[in-house]
Design a protein around this ligand. Sequence first.
Ligand code: NAD
Length: 542
Amino acid sequence: MNNAFFEIPIPVNEPVKNYKNGSQEKKELLDTLNHMKENTIDIPMIIDGKEITTNNKIKILAPHDHNLHIGNFFEGDKSHVKSAINAALKAKKKWAAMSWQSRASIFLKAAELLKGPYRSKINASTMLGQSKNVFQAEIDAACEFIDFLNFNVSYMEEIYKNQPESSEGMWNRLDYRPLEGFVFAISPFNFTSIAGNLCASPALMGNTVIWKPAYPQIYSAKVIMDVFKEAGIPDGVINIIYVDGPDAGDIIFKHKEFAGLHFTGSTGVFKHLWKEIGENIDNYNSYPRVVGETGGKDFIVAHKSANSKEVSTAIIRGCFEFQGQKCSAPSRIYLPKSLWPNIKKELIEEIKTIKIGKPDDFSNFMNAVIDERAFNKIVSYINDGKKDKDLELLIGGDYDRSKGYFINPTVFVTSNPKNKLMVEEVFGPVTCIYIYEDNEFDNTLKLVDETSPYALTGAIFASEQVAIDKAMNALEYSAGNFYINDKPTGAVVGQQPFGGGRASGTNDKAGSYLNLLRWVSPRTIKEVYNTPKNYRYPFLKN
Ligand code: NAD
């Protein structure tokens, strides 16, 4: 029996381990990597807690090594989508009725498992399956995911605590019901933590979920499902299916009890899904919640008062970590003419020192891009760029797919600020620089605001406060996450809630109470203690 006001432990950001030579964490991680490389695993779908295999077994190869066969997954079809919906609906009543403290406890336990026994597994699977170096895996798969779980539990408590006023003779209450129906979570390939959060956050608020990960992330999704199971999430609450997106959408978006979409991925896919939901609007019990965090064309603007070394470091880390495959990675850079000679020299010197290769060699700063489709798309931008009269190739432009999907960090300089490399999301290690006259700062800010349809992240570098203020004002709607004198990547849960506006998404800020609010449908309850027994108001007595 629960007869007390239990309080959730105050969340603290998970410290990032450094994996130095000789450290225990490095040893453990290398052992896990070796074990995973030597043991190819089969990954079934999980529907209603049961492992589902099919005749369609698909190989998972490491992006950095075509010969490294790490696993196979079983692809499903529309029948599996239907089973997953049934499982989610069956599990709903019991899950929604479980006390919120018990739900909290399950997700806090999941965070604890990731901190300890599963840390090297979640990191190693992300390194091998998504080709992230150890630092990128640690800040994503371990730390950010742990933070999502711990902080969201605390935000849930905050939401439930939020109650209305009550006048004399009555008690008003707000009941935060989960949505009526089931939630569909669709995740991208690039962040293990985002994938885990897309299904976990609606579930935390009492919903049951069908989760469709991107195929290149299935290898680390398996570890997430193992953690959820060990933490005690009941069968049917989170069902994972490996089904082609359009096949899944075709069944789910026509279902009467479809209650919400939790999506992260490209803008084009999100717009397509929104339209599909709109076309089916007459079929639903309620208006589905549509939450989507999508693409970006993130910027760095430097003012003449900026420090050149800080700017070039931000460009290198921001544009090239995880091969530029972060939605927050800057890929259009605006630099004042007076700083350009220094920044140019620093970029060329530093980029030449970057090592690229497999993630289990800890000296590599960059690894492979995710798959053949991504490789071909990025390479076509590079090849078009080499022929474009508006562009000059400063460094990079080489690629090699013989062993894995490797692309060197590539920097173009453009004379045309509206060149497609300044407008379109490439999602790879390709960035484009536009040099402006020092006295054109105000017009340049206008250009930054108007150049791209996206508004995800952006950064201003300056030491003069007046310049910072100008940028803050001119770029008010150009980024959902705005950085001053820092690279625009690496948002931390609880510190910089993440999400963008315009074509970049619904800006519901993953890892904040704002996102969790989308997964509840509040019920207002008014209970009166002196219920009227006569219809006549006092004014009627005149
Ligand atoms: P993607 O859009 O290709 O795929 C995302 C997911 O949608 C995958 O699971 C995919 O299988 C699924 N999908 C595709 N077509 C579908 C359909 N018709 N019906 C149902 N599902 C469908 O994106 P990606 O390549 O996996 O990820 C990269 C993109 O994600 C980039 O555009 C990046 O900017 C964006 N992203 C945004 C954020 C953010 O927070 N804003 C974070 C990470 C990634």
